[in-house]
Write a protein that binds this ligand. Structure first.
Ligand SMILES: [Zn+2]
Length: 318
């Protein structure tokens, strides 16, 4: 309620109320209201310019939180990528190596992913670089994981095959120790007993008694069992799978036919002197992925003494 104002009248010696016209009252009120409004607007804009509104404060806090979360995510992806790289190294150098599987080249493991052009949807943001970096790293980790998973599938398959592999890969001597005195010729370059020229010897020669049993050195199937006109004489070729084959030459007799399955230690023929040979012996070859390798590395049942006795006094016989 508005206060009433009084004026002292010296003539009547009393206070008399001041009468203000209604129009003036209204004008005063309007001016006061207008001024208040202007001041309020100025105060409001000054405040919002220098200070955040509560809503802005919440949004800013949310933005900071989101940014921190993204940076954390980027670090976690980086850690995952490092762990994955270690698994890849173990996979190539240990798991795949155990099973003689080819290593997976780095170019396939990292794939053709990347390049900013893949991530145009993340452009034009304040934190575009961070977003593109995260998306690109995440894509790489996803691809690497996919390739690694495929590799493990393959390794699991190979592991299941391992038992078969163990019994198939050549691992014993093709004739019994008691049936031969020595290895008359080892693998590699030596003087040919016929031509006296240096010639590569593709296998090992076991000098022994004619008619001694010759054994398959691992499980497999007979590829061929025949007389060869190319010097081998009676010769058997066995396929052991897993990239391995063995050849047994100069046999006196053959006890198997092409297509037969054989097991390690099974008699497949007898030691002889057929073909291009200077005396009774078994010429034995191990072939891995179509290349001859030194059979000495495939005698798991030989002691050091036996080995030293066998390789003494070498005399080429074919
Ligand atoms: Zn030979």
């Amino acid at each position: 309620m508005a206060k009433r104002r009084f004026r002292y009248n010296p003539q009547t010696l009393s206070f008399e109320p001041i009468m203000v016209p209604v129009f003036k009252k209204l004008t005063n009120l309007t001016i006061q209201f207008g001024l208040s409004l202007i001041i309020a607007v100025i105060v409001f804009f000054s405040y919002t310019y220098f200070f955040d509104t509560p809503k802005e404060k919440i949004l800013k806090r949310n933005n900071t939180e989101t940014l921190v979360k993204f940076e954390l995510l980027a670090k976690q992806i980086e850690i995952s990528d490092k762990l994955l790289t270690e698994i890849q190294l173990r996979d190539n150098n240990i798991y795949r190596a155990i099973f003689d599987a080819d290593i997976i080249p780095a170019s396939l493991r990292t794939g053709g992913i990347g390049g900013a052009t893949h991530y145009t949807e993340f452009e034009n943001f304040i934190n575009s670089n961070l977003l593109i970096d995260i998306a690109s790293k995440l894509d790489q980790v996803t691809w690497k994981t996919y390739i690694q998973s495929k590799s493990f599938d393959e390794v699991i398959g190979l592991a299941k095959n391992k038992e078969q592999m163990i019994i198939s890969i050549p691992a014993i001597q093709p004739i019994s120790v008691k049936d031969f005195g020595r290895i008359s010729d080892s693998f590699g370059n030596r003087r040919d007993p016929f031509t006296r020229q240096t010639r590569f010897h593709h296998g090992i020669d076991f000098a022994g008694t004619k008619g001694s049993p010759v054994y398959a050195t691992g499980n497999g199937s007979i590829i061929s069992a025949e007389f060869s006109f190319f010097g081998y004489g009676n010769v058997i070729l066995v396929d052991h799978g897993f990239g391995y084959k063995t050849r047994y030459a100069h046999l006196e007799s053959i006890a198997v036919n092409p297509g037969d399955s054989v097991t390690r230690g099974q008699v497949i023929g007898t030691l002889g002197n057929s073909g291009r040979s200077t005396g009774p012996h078994l010429h034995y070859e191990v072939i891995y992925r179509n290349r001859v390798v030194d059979p000495m590395n495939y005698f798991n049942d030989m002691t050091t003494e036996e080995y030293e006795r066998m390789v003494s006094n070498v005399t080429p016989m074919d």
